[in-house]
Ligand binder design. Structure first.
Ligand SMILES: NC(=O)C1=CN([C@@H]2O[C@H](COP(=O)(O)OP(=O)(O)OC[C@H]3O[C@@H](n4cnc5c(N)ncnc54)[C@H](OP(=O)(O)O)[C@@H]3O)[C@@H](O)[C@H]2O)C=CC1
Ligand SMILES: O=CC(=O)O
Length: 312
């Protein structure tokens, strides 16, 4: 079995050795421009069109959870990956726990008013503030998939009221489920902390805009863990100014790296990280890919295939 590997920043030598250990008998090579030799599987992140097009692959594996960069390239170059070749993505493989850590720590930061205490500290003021109650701290998670469900589980364990919004309804204990555009307003109405874990698709681009933010509770918070294109950044700044949003924590941006001239860098109530909310954990990813390739070779049912018609 021949496997080609391409990632713009990962240590290819390490991945090749680990994959060959996971799949004894497989020959793995780093793909380089001009390599047209045959291959059965491709493992990729932001792949050049030339790497994939014209190949008779059994499957392609994205080395991350989101496949938006591959699908958007496919729009311009449909020949890159015919429909007959299945595309897989990483399902959790250690990202769920990272998202839980990120979301729980930030929600607790807001809930315990550490943002307000930081301001008081800068003013050298010793002043206990009123506590927030969990009842007024409803968490609304947009996207109830692999990662959204993990985040919901962890915030429930901390005693917060949790609601989710997705395409199809969920029947999860103690979680209010809302589905589709008809139920979005109802989902937003009681949401105090909005957490975004949607995929980037034609339906979700720009979804967190003025009209959506206006439907949240006053003095709400936004935690964007999914993609920058989901948020209209001008509308976000406006919501911070008009009091609709008290704070925002952003891991992803419409342009990355975020340009130095962006006002988000300097806004006192915006915190940010450089797209590290959940990174690919190499060994977990290799275990999943190895198991899935073995399953495909044996004709068994596998999970993680992207539905290209839905875009995720
Ligand atoms: N910042 C970071 O470091 C990282 C960011 N991500 C981002 O997180 C995203 C989510 O990952 P993951 O949980 O694995 O994805 P999933 O595909 O498992 O879940 C997607 C969820 O979004 C819902 N959804 C999709 N389209 C719509 C829509 N139009 N309206 C309402 N709901 C919709 C789906 O609904 P349904 O359940 O009905 O299908 C599903 O619940 C990734 O696509 C990626 O962009 C991922 C990893 C790291
Ligand atoms: O943003 C990262 C991913 O895995 O998707």
């Amino acid at each position: 079995m021949e496997i080609i590997f391409y990632h713009p920043t990962f240590d290819a030598a390490w991945w090749i050795a680990a994959l060959e250990k996971q799949l004894p008998g497989a020959r793995v090579r780093e793909w380089k421009s001009g390599d047209n030799e045959s291959a059965d599987y491709a493992l990729v992140w932001h792949p050049p069109v030339e790497m994939l097009q014209g190949r008779d692959l059994k499957a392609v594996f994205a080395l991350g959870a989101g496949v938006d960069s591959i699908l958007s390239k496919l729009k311009a170059h449909p020949e890159m990956l015919p429909q007959s070749i299945p595309l897989f993505r990483l399902e959790d493989t250690g990202m769920g726990l990272q998202m839980q850590e990120y979301a729980v720590s930030q929600v607790l930061h807001w809930f315990r008013r550490f943002d307000d205490y930081q301001v008081l500290k800068q003013e050298t003021r010793w002043q206990p503030l009123d506590e927030y109650s969990r009842e007024e701290f409803t968490i609304g998670i947009m996207g109830a998939g692999v990662l959204g469900s993990k985040v919901a589980e962890s915030l429930l364990a901390w005693g917060f009221p949790v609601r989710v919004w997705s395409r199809s309804p969920k029947n999860w204990p103690n979680v209010k489920s809302f589905a589709g555009s008809d139920e979005l307003s109802e989902f937003l109405r009681e949401t105090r902390v909005l957490i975004n874990l949607l995929p980037n698709t034609a339906e979700t681009v720009g979804i967190i805009n003025h009209s959506l933010l206006e439907q949240l509770q006053d003095h709400s918070y936004l935690l964007n863990l999914a993609r920058g294109v989901h948020v209209n950044e001008d509308d976000l700044l406006r919501a911070l100014e008009n009091g609709k949003l008290k704070g925002a924590m952003l891991d992803v941006f419409s342009r990355e790296p975020l340009p130095v001239e962006s006002p988000l860098w300097r806004h006192p109530r915006v915190a940010m990280t450089p797209h590290i909310a959940a990174v690919t954990r190499p060994q977990e990813a290799i275990t999943y890919i190895g198991k899935t390739i073995t399953g495909l070779e044996n004709g068994e049912a596998v999970t993680g295939q992207v539905d290209r018609s839905r875009g995720y």
